[in-house]
Design a protein around this ligand. Structure first.
Ligand code: CA
Length: 480
């Protein structure tokens, strides 16, 4: 506690299980409390479960990412809420199942006022603002291309990156300044980066740019409680890396895997810079750092490796939704812990809210839980009775409770014991009490989910192709 600052202490009495607890909480928002932990979320894009040292990668070295795991907790069963980028990020950012607000699919990249994270939902940055936090996001946003959804309008004080779902990595390729200049499908991958609302020129490999920005943000904000979302798009396609990182993996003969490894290595260097900066600024003890991927690796597309897990990106099997996941918070959670109960990206918001004493009583209820008591040993129960997934386009449903996982895919029904069958190789069938119980619980949860609320990426692709065709025909007609 900083005795040189005025701190108001409120004594509140809470009834809990019939026991009266007296709780002292400090309400010193705006006074740059040293007590409130900083939060850094390092999110990679399409990284395979096994592609970190702490999950057993043998060919890709991630010494700095491994520091987060070794000096904190490895979550062996860490899940995201959807097996592709957009919905997974919407769940992480709001701490709520994205189906509650119809964010069921990757959104259209076009700047459409109806496509994005609805204002009825609060992002981590919006939730933390009243508690005196400064927030920054670096890299991929993917929560809507229209100005209304811009990170600066969604609680983030600082934005450096791109608003769409993917991007090219080399600065010389970033040549267009606005979505309206896009002339080919995925052409928005070539837009210049934005600093807040402004298009800027950059000179470095994108992953390095984002890492440099992370260091600068921490240096600037070291005296405030802050939330920094380092939203790398690596190692999402296109597979592009610089010689500096490729040279580390000359021995990998498969070109795709070599480039992918180099991209992960660039992220790892960035993580190293972030950790070094925290230490240098004397704030590493009270900074919570989460590391995770937004979905499983699309193994054939980017040469990622999900290890033993079945399938990958896009799938409700473990390879799609179970991701490399670790957390470090030297001040509170023990080092070198391996936690095997299921946790979720939904828990990130709930954890910081719980630990920073943020009042969310007026907000919509969170689906995540504060992980801290589970990691300090205070609570030895399961953080979640169940975790749920819905994949509308695939007519897919999944739920995991303890180690039992039910999956429905159209008319196919599966039940796995993922503790004993991590690769989901042998379904235990649907004609048993476990399946029936899981399915019944799932159908109740489903009633709370909403239909798709916007034009999806795939729907937009059809619209786009039609537009291009009619443009072409028009040009033909107008030619003499
Ligand atoms: Ca992704």
């Amino acid at each position: 506690m900083n005795f040189y600052k005025t701190i108001t202490t409120i004594i509140s009495i809470i009834m809990f299980n019939g026991v009266v607890q007296v709780q002292a909480s400090e309400t010193n928002a705006g006074q740059n409390s040293k007590n409130k932990p900083n939060l850094i979320v390092i999110l990679t894009d399409d990284q395979g479960y096994k592609d970190v040292g702490f999950n057993g990668s043998t060919d890709i070295k991630t010494p700095f990412i491994d520091v987060i795991a070794n000096e904190g907790t490895i979550f062996t069963n860490g899940y995201v809420t959807f097996p592709v980028c957009g919905p997974s990020r919407a769940g992480l950012l709001t701490g709520r199942y994205q189906g509650r607000f119809g964010f069921t699919s990757n959104p259209s990249p076009a700047p459409d006022a109806d496509v994005g994270l609805p204002s009825s939902e609060k992002t981590i940055a919006e939730v933390l603002k009243p508690a005196g936090y400064t927030s920054g996001i670096l890299g991929k946003w993917h929560m809507g291309g229209h100005a209304d959804y811009h990170p600066n309008n969604r609680g983030f004080d600082y934005f450096f990156g791109f608003v769409e779902g993917g991007h090219r990595y080399f600065p010389e390729e970033l040549t267009i300044t606005d979505f309206s200049e896009v002339t080919k499908w995925s052409g928005w991958y070539y837009t210049k980066l934005m600093r807040n609302q402004e298009r800027i020129e950059t000179t470095e490999y994108l992953t390095d740019e984002l890492s440099n920005e992370a260091v600068k943000f921490i240096e600037r904000e070291k005296d405030n409680p802050f939330f920094l979302f380092v939203s790398y798009n690596a190692p999402h396609a296109p597979l592009q890396a610089t010689e500096k990182y490729l040279n580390r993996y000359k021995h990998i003969k498969d070109k795709k895997r070599q480039t992918y490894a180099a991209m992960v290595s660039a992220v790892d260097d960035g993580v190293g810079e972030i950790l070094k900066t925290l230490e240098k600024q004397g704030i590493d003890d009270n900074t919570i750092v989460f590391f995770l991927s937004d979905n499983g690796g699309p193994e054939t597309k980017n040469a990622s490796d999900n290890g033993e897990l079945r399938e990958g990106k896009g799938s409700l099997f473990e390879g799609g939704v179970r991701v490399p996941f670790a957390m470090r918070w030297p001040e509170k959670i023990p080092q070198g812990q391996v936690y095997t109960n299921a946790v979720s990206s939904l828990d990130i918001l709930a954890t910081i809210v719980g630990q920073a004493d943020v009042d969310t009583s007026k907000n919509k209820p969170l689906d995540g839980v504060d992980l801290t008591p589970y990691l300090t040993g205070e609570n030895d129960g399961l953080p979640h009775d169940a975790l749920y997934w819905r994949h509308l386009r695939k007519d897919g449903q999944a739920v995991i409770a303890n180690h039992n996982k039910m999956i429905n895919l159209k008319n196919k029904k599966f039940l796995y014991d993922v503790a004993n069958d991590v690769g989901e190789t042998e379904s235990l069938g649907s004609d048993n009490d476990t399946y029936k119980e899981l399915n019944a619980g799932y159908q109740e949860w489903l009633k709370e989910m909403k239909p798709t609320a916007f034009v999806t990426l795939l729907e937009y692709k059809k619209i786009w192709l039609k537009q291009q065709k009619s443009k072409k025909n028009k040009n033909k007609k107008t030619k003499p």
